[in-house]
Design a protein around this ligand. Structure first.
Ligand code: GDP
Length: 334
């Protein structure tokens, strides 16, 4: 064979090999670059303000050499500033002091134990005894009730539970529209009544619709006008009674509190508890406050568990309350 021909043949074979290798590499090329996965925020990350509040004050207090009178006054002031409340702050400081710590570190550990003790032993998961599960959400206007309902519905949706929302605030013109647009966004159905209609009738219709359509959860939005407190409480009582009669029970009555309103939350909890027997609290707007201590104040005083915390305006900004992380965040330990 001609050497030239052999040379050309070798070149052609090499070229074919190169093309084959390139094509194979293309077909097994790496998958398309994925958007970086955002790190999952911990509860502490999302409570930056609350963490800063007590954490920084405590750093100053615990930075002191001696456990003298100023130390204890400073500790009480730090707790008060975080909205733990006068009663609870005095009590906690008394207990920490009574445990006889000899160093600031020991006092800090005792404080952690005392705060955890206030939050200990409460069930924070949602009760679900029947199907559809019935959740009534109450709270004064503006606290974040509608947003919290949307967040709850999104959570249920994420867990694969079909949810129906009941717009039982028939007096606030915008309430319906607002809930409707949230319902569309989170993939929930909505039952609404006539403007000015009977809220208990809406709750009744919603429950029947939820049953008929095989829904897993029905969440009832209610009115929150405080200026007509007596009527409002009557109205809420009637909604709960109607649902109890139809469903045999109401699984949860969740009260939404605005964490930024501080000690006022205690009064609101008392009023609503008297009217409808609140079973759990959703503490909204925790991201916007340096005063997360209201959770401790409410639980200590009324024994009602905080079940969720709202940490933003988006549908995913609702996190289950967890005592350990909450205390860590408050103490600025994370
Ligand atoms: P409602 O009157 O109680 O139904 O209150 P809305 O749900 O309409 O909320 C009132 C305002 O609070 C709205 O601007 C919400 O976006 C805002 N909001 C609700 N929950 C949160 C939260 O957890 N964090 C923050 N930063 N804003 C919230």
């Amino acid at each position: 064979m001609e050497p030239l021909f052999i040379g050309v043949l070798i070149v052609v074979v090499l070229l074919v090999l190169v093309v084959v290798v390139l094509l194979t590499r293309r077909s097994t090329a790496a998958p398309p670059v994925q958007a970086p996965v955002a790190p999952v925020d911990t509860l502490a990350d999302r409570l930056t303000k609350a963490r800063r509040a007590l954490g920084e004050r405590l750093r100053v207090v615990f930075g002191r050499e001696a456990l003298d009178e100023d130390f204890w006054v400073g500790l009480e002031e730090a707790l008060l500033a975080a909205d733990v409340g006068v009663e609870a702050a005095g009590d906690v400081v008394g207990r920490v002091r009574g445990s006889g710590p000899e160093t600031a570190e020991e006092a800090r550990e005792a404080l952690r134990r005392e705060l955890l003790a206030i939050l200990a032993g409460r069930t924070r998961t949602l009760r679900q005894e029947g199907s559809p599960m019935v959740v009534v959400v109450v709270g004064v206007n503006g606290v974040g009730k509608t947003t919290s309902i949307a967040k709850l519905a999104a959570r249920f949706h994420g867990e694969g539970a079909a949810t129906l929302l009941a717009a039982a605030d028939t007096f606030r013109a915008a309430a319906d529209t607002q809930l409707k647009s949230w319902a569309e966004r989170v993939g929930a159905e909505l039952v609404a009544g006539e403007p000015g209609g009977d809220p208990a009738a809406v709750a009744f219709d919603a429950y029947q619709a939820a049953r008929a359509r095989g829904k897993d959860v029905v969440i009832v939005d209610t009115a929150g006008r405080l200026h007509s407190k007596h009527n409002l409480m009557q109205e809420l009582g009637k909604i709960v009674r109607v649902l109890e009669r139809e469903a045999g029970r109401v699984d949860e009555v969740l009260l939404v509190l605005d964490a930024t309103t501080g000690q006022n939350g205690i009064t609101q909890t008392e009023v609503f508890t008297e009217a409808v027997g609140v079973t759990g609290i959703v503490l909204a707007k925790m991201d916007g406050t340096a005063r997360g201590g209201i959770a401790l104040a409410v639980e200590r005083r009324l024994g009602i568990p905080v079940k969720f915390i709202g940490v933003g305006e988006g549908v995913d900004d609702l996190v289950p309350f967890e005592a350990g992380s909450f205390v860590d965040a408050l103490l600025g330990d994370v």
